[in-house]
Design a protein around this ligand. Structure first.
Ligand code: ZN
Length: 332
């Protein structure tokens, strides 16, 4: 039986990528710059990329869309969106009207976790936890092959698990402190590197601070790669904190795979060995022996693949519901 053709759309802060998704592959990829000037312009750009892929790949049965926003999954409404103009938009409905096919919308961290579950082994992983280290820290939990979302689709915000009760304030909308995001994100790295640069004007980080009044995460990574001991210490500390988090997720979920992705993971050699060492010392031994903890396979098209996998799974779920109840109620 042929799989239903599905498209995946990955909406990032700089580009919208769309492709036809089959298993762990994305074909007919099209990219458009993300229009940030207005909601209408952004939706137009998404539609343009969609139409270009349909022209090459044919009309799909469904489209999955990953966005860097909080999504009420059942309705596909965007509850909050910091970096792109989608807050309050009924995105699933808007796009279904524009495309004329079924649309499913989820946040990008969930889509990334679904993609990893496809990519991590020869067969899709059944149980996987993913942490995404970027400007913030996102996460996704795959249980029995599907994403766990909680009651309204807002769940599994792994980045806002507290690992230090007295830790620094969490950036963004979170009222908490000492969250993983407050200690292991690009924002946290910038905060600590800037502080250090201010304190040590004669150091490499101090010279960057003197120029720009701040030291970015990327600059800290570059300094560490050139052997700067201060930058290396900051990344080791990030690794230690990440290891504390990893141990807890291994204990809670007992996944087959725990993977760490996101922009910061490209510098994994600077903090991941420390994270694994810390996690190994803290996780319950019987669980630690059975889990694989790795850097995400990811790749440039993981967001597209994950969104497509999501659409395929939701289509199958609807078909199952229809077969059981004899109605198409609830299906678009
Ligand atoms: Zn938080």
């Amino acid at each position: 039986v042929a799989e239903a053709p599905v498209l995946g759309m990955d909406v990032g802060g700089t580009k919208v990528a769309v492709g036809a998704v089959a298993g762990p592959r994305a074909d007919h990829l099209v990219e458009e710059p993300t229009e940030l000037s207005s909601t209408e312009a952004l939706l137009d750009g998404m539609e343009k990329a969609y139409r270009a892929v349909v022209e090459a790949a044919g009309e799909p049965e469904a489209v999955g869309v990953g966005v860097p926003s909080q999504i009420e999954f059942a309705t596909g409404r965007v509850l909050s969106s910091v970096n792109i103009p989608l807050e309050g938009v009924a995105l699933r409905e808007e796009l279904a009207n524009r495309f004329g096919v079924a649309v499913f919308v989820d946040n990008d961290a969930n889509c990334a976790a679904l993609a990893e579950a496809q990519l991590v082994d020869d067969a899709p992983a059944r149980h996987l936890v993913m942490l995404t280290l970027g400007t913030g820290v996102g996460g996704g939990v795959v249980i029995d092959g599907t994403i766990f979302r909680g009651t309204h689709g807002l769940g599994a915000e792994l980045g806002h698990v507290t690992i230090d009760a007295d830790g620094p304030n969490c950036p963004g909308n979170c009222p908490n402190r000492g969250c993983i995001e407050a200690l292991c994100s690009g924002t946290a790295l910038q905060r600590d590197a800037t502080e250090l640069g201010k304190d040590k004007p004669d150091s490499p980080l101090g010279r960057i601070y003197a120029q720009n009044r701040r030291v970015k995460g990327r600059e800290t990574v570059e300094a560490a790669q050139q052997g700067d001991p201060d930058a290396l210490t900051l990344l080791e500390r990030l690794g230690t904190n990440l290891g504390v988090a990893i141990a807890s997720f291994v204990n809670v979920f007992e996944p087959e795979h725990l993977v760490v992705g996101g922009g910061l993971s490209r510098a994994a050699e600077l903090f991941f060995p420390r994270a694994r060492e810390e996690a190994a010392a803290r996780a319950l031994p019987a669980l630690w022996e059975r889990v694989s903890v790795e850097v995400a396979r990811g790749g440039a098209h993981a967001g597209v693949i994950g969104a497509g996998v999501l659409a395929g799974q939701e289509l199958k779920g609807q078909a199952r519901d229809t077969a059981r109840t004899g109605t198409t109620e609830g299906a678009r």
